[in-house]
Structures are given as C-alpha cells and as structure tokens.
Design a protein around this ligand. Sequence first.
Ligand SMILES: [Zn+2]
Length: 54
Amino acid sequence: MVSCSLCNMKIAELFLEKLKGTIVKKVGSKKQYPICFACQKKYDSKDELLAALK
Ligand SMILES: [Zn+2]
C-alpha cells in the first residue's frame, strides 16, 4: 500500500486502486517519495515539496 510521504494518506486505497499523485526523488538519493494529489497541490513547485519532506 502506498502512503503519501507528507500526510500518510493511503493513496491507492482512497483513489480506488488508482495512484493519483506523484513520486518525487531527492537529488542524489534513490529513495522515492510518493505524494498524494492533495499535498501536491499544496506546493507550487517540486522544490518546495521536496523541502517539506524530512
Ligand atoms: Zn498527502
């Protein structure tokens, strides 16, 4: 089950098995961060989104 890295909302479950959102990667890291559509909309740019990740 995929959960949003920011709000922990289960992405696939809430959107009927469809992944609505995005996957972001930090520069120099192989780790992937799934981000739900709602959190994606909260940030204007991918850079701001990445900055919000711990
Ligand atoms: Zn989220």
